[in-house]
Structures are given as structure tokens and as C-alpha cells.
Design a protein around this ligand. Structure first.
Ligand code: F6R
Length: 365
């Protein structure tokens, strides 16, 4: 049921604080400063010997894989590759024996993701699923895995499954980190930060009314750019995908610094750029990218954390989300982008829960 919401997508956006809490329930081990996963079906020795990880999936799940890559490389120091499942299944890449393959999927029924897992498993690699739907084909095909516990996702555009996937990957990074070099103390801090997530996501929902006004302003645009860096580069891709799939407006997500290698040619007074610029290592550099857009008359929407006069000057609209450590920020920063896509699509009269040409699970290749 819709529980008083106008659409499933909106309901599922609002369910995110609870979904994230459910993804973490019973999985944070304070005693050992690590995460606990019941269904990996691999011994600590087998997991300790993993020296390479492949994360594969499609669409939004592929975006959460990108967030996972940053997390696992930073905290577990394991080299990670992110592969489109549709490419991996036919590409026949050399894979080392110590490689663990994760299939990331909301539905657990995506044909390409299933085929990529089955193919890598056939070659003798260990495969795990990060999956929402219990008992799905992919969950059955993998050696083990982690369920998201996000509850049913009905809207075709994935929202709560995405943030739950990112949260699950953050817990996996902690887990693999603690099997290796990550200290007890660092593990404790990491857990403390994970616990900040539900409230931070809850608070980020309060931008809804403001985002609706921004959507009214830009509903007739024919192209949007989404720009972010580091942990928020995948957020830019995800924001662009949400907008294009439900509002049918062309949108591109880019790492902000890549802008000057091409996409900046698209900037004009009718093309809004959405900058995801929360804080962190490349903060000043993204602000410099904003200046370049501003100099060409491009409207700017900024998603950021704290008040910053430079951003307030440059941006036409500033959406503030709560500050949280950089590596968890994508889970918070994506929320206004989900809402922006929702409101723009609604204003344009689109069927937000059932966009044209799309199916909830893509069971054909
Ligand atoms: C986008 C969207 C799709 C799915 C993709 C993979 O909002 O929903 O891009 O993410 O089709 O689906 P799952 O995660 O079920 O494998």
C-alpha cells in the first residue's frame, strides 16, 4: 500500500532511514569493532585470502558498486574492479584465483548479473550476492551473500535499494578491513559513523519542499548535468540516471573535473548543473569547477553540507544535507537528487512509478 504517499517512489524515498537501519540490524559488532554477516558461507581463512574483488551489476546497482569500490579500496586495501554485468559475462577477462566476485542486485533476477555470476562461478571463483529479494535466482546461484532487508521496492526507479546497497558495502569494507590492517579503534569509529546514517538520511528528507520549488524552476530544461568527485562521483551518475529514467530529460553525470574535457560545451543559460559538493578532499576543486560553469552563464544547483559563502555566491540554489564522514556522504547526498527527479517527473506529467520502456526487473539480456 501507499501509506498516504502519492507514489511508491516517494514512499520508498521516505523509507530510507528505516531501510538503512534494517540493513545494519544485528550486523554491527561493537565487541570486535567489525561487521557480522551470517550468510557469506566462507571461512575467515578463505575471506582473509581474498586479494582482489570484482563488483558487478547493472544500472543503479552498478552505481552502488562504484561507491563500494572506493570504500573497499580505502578501508580494506583490496584492489576492486567494477564491471557492468552485461560486459563481464562475455568479456572473458583473466581473473586471479584469489578473486571474490560480488553480484549486486535489488531484484536478484537481472539476467546479465545472473549470467555474469554463473559464468565466474563456473570458472571456479567464489561468488556472493548483495541482494534485496529473498530467495531470488541470483541469491540461489551465488555461493552466499548478504540480504539488504530494504523491504519490497515497487517503484521502477531504485531508491531505497541503492542506499541500502551502499550501506551494506560500507559494512563489508569494515568487515574486510578488520580481517586485515584496520585497527580496533578505527573499527569502532567506523561503527559510530555508520550509526549516524539513519538520522542523517532522515534529516536530508527535509529538503523536499525546497527541491519541489527547484523542480518547478527547471522542469522545462532539456538537459541537466550532474557533477561530483570521489565518493560523490557515483552520486552524480545516479542523480542523472534517476532524472532521465522517470522525467525523460536528458542528463549526464560526470566526475566534476572531467567537465572541461567535453561536457562543458553543453553549458548554457538553459542547462542546469547539479553539483554534489558536500565537503572533503576535493571540496575547493569542485568549487573551482562551479566557477567555470557560472562564468558561462549556467544555472547551478549545489548539494552541500555547511554554509560556505563561495558556494552561496556561485549557486542559484543551495540544498543543504547533514555532514557525515566523507565515505558515507553518498548515502545522504543522493536523497535530494532522488527527490529532484521525482518532482520534475511529476510536474511534467510522467508516470513516476512506471516510466515508459522500463521494467522493474530486466530478465532478458
Ligand atoms: C534504475 C534502476 C535500474 C536497476 C537495474 C538493475 O533506477 O532501477 O537501473 O538498478 O535494472 O536492477 P537490479 O538491481 O534489480 O539487478
Amino acid at each position: 500500500t501507499l501509506d498516504g504517499f502519492d507514489h511508491y517512489m516517494l514512499k520508498e524515498i521516505y523509507e530510507q532511514p528505516v531501510a538503512i537501519r534494517n540493513a545494519m540490524r544485528g550486523r554491527l559488532d561493537d565487541q570486535n569493532a567489525t561487521a557480522i554477516f551470517g550468510g557469506l558461507n566462507l571461512t575467515p581463512q578463505q575471506l582473509r585470502s581474498v586479494d582482489r574483488i570484482i563488483l558487478t551489476g547493472c544500472g543503479t546497482s552498478w552505481h552502488s558498486a562504484l561507491v563500494g569500490e572506493y570504500l573497499l579500496e580505502e578501508f580494506a586495501r583490496i584492489p576492486v574492479e567494477v564491471e557492468y554485468a552485461s560486459e563481464l559475462r562475455y568479456r572473458n577477462p583473466p581473473i586471479d584465483p584469489g578473486t571474490l566476485v560480488f553480484g549486486i542486485t535489488q531484484s536478484g533476477e537481472t539476467a546479465d548479473t545472473l549470467a555474469a555470476l554463473v559464468e565466474t562461478k563456473r570458472k571456479g571463483h567464489r561468488t556472493l550476492a548483495i541482494n534485496n529479494v529473498v530467495g531470488s535466482s541470483i541469491a540461489q546461484a551465488a555461493d552466499g551473500g548478504v540480504y539488504l532487508h530494504a523491504g519490497p521496492e515497487i517503484g521502477v526507479a531504485s531508491t531505497k535499494a541503492y542506499t541500502s546497497q551502499c550501506c551494506t558495502l560500507a559494512m563489508l569494507a569494515l568487515y574486510f578491513g578488520r580481517l586485515r590492517h584496520l585497527s580496533y579503534e578505527a573499527g569502532q569509529t567506523y561503527i559510530k559513523n555508520l550509526r549516524l546514517l539513519p538520522a542523517a538520511v532522515e534529516q536530508s528528507l527535509s529538503c523536499d519542499v525546497q527541491v519541489r520549488q527547484i523542480a518547478e524552476k527547471y522542469q522545462s530544461a532539456s538537459t541537466f548535468l550532474y557533477l561530483g568527485r570521489q565518493y560523490n562521483f557515483p552520486t552524480a551518475l545516479e542523480g542523472a540516471l534517476k532524472l532521465k529514467e522517470i522525467s525523460y530529460i536528458h542528463a549526464e553525470g560526470y566526475p566534476a573535473a572531467e567537465m572541461k574535457h567535453g561536457p562543458i560545451a553543453l553549458v548554457d543559460t538553459d542547462t542546469p548543473s547539479v553539483f554534489i559538493v558536500p565537503r572533503g578532499t576535493t571540496y575547493e576543486k569542485v568549487i573551482a569547477n562551479m566557477e567555470e560553469v557560472k562564468a558561462r552563464g549556467g544555472p547551478i544547483i549545489a548539494v552541500t553540507c555547511q554554509a560556505n559563502p563561495a558556494i552561496d555566491d556561485l549557486a542559484d540554489d543551495v540544498i543543504r544535507v547533514p555532514a557525515i564522514p566523507e565515505y558515507l556522504q553518498p548515502i545522504v547526498s543522493v536523497v535530494p537528487l532522488q527527490l529532484l527527479a521525482y518532482h520534475v517527473a511529476l510536474l511534467r506529467g510522467c508516470d513516476v512509478d512506471k516510466p515508459r520502456n522500463l521494467a522493474k526487473s530486466v530478465t532478458v539480456e
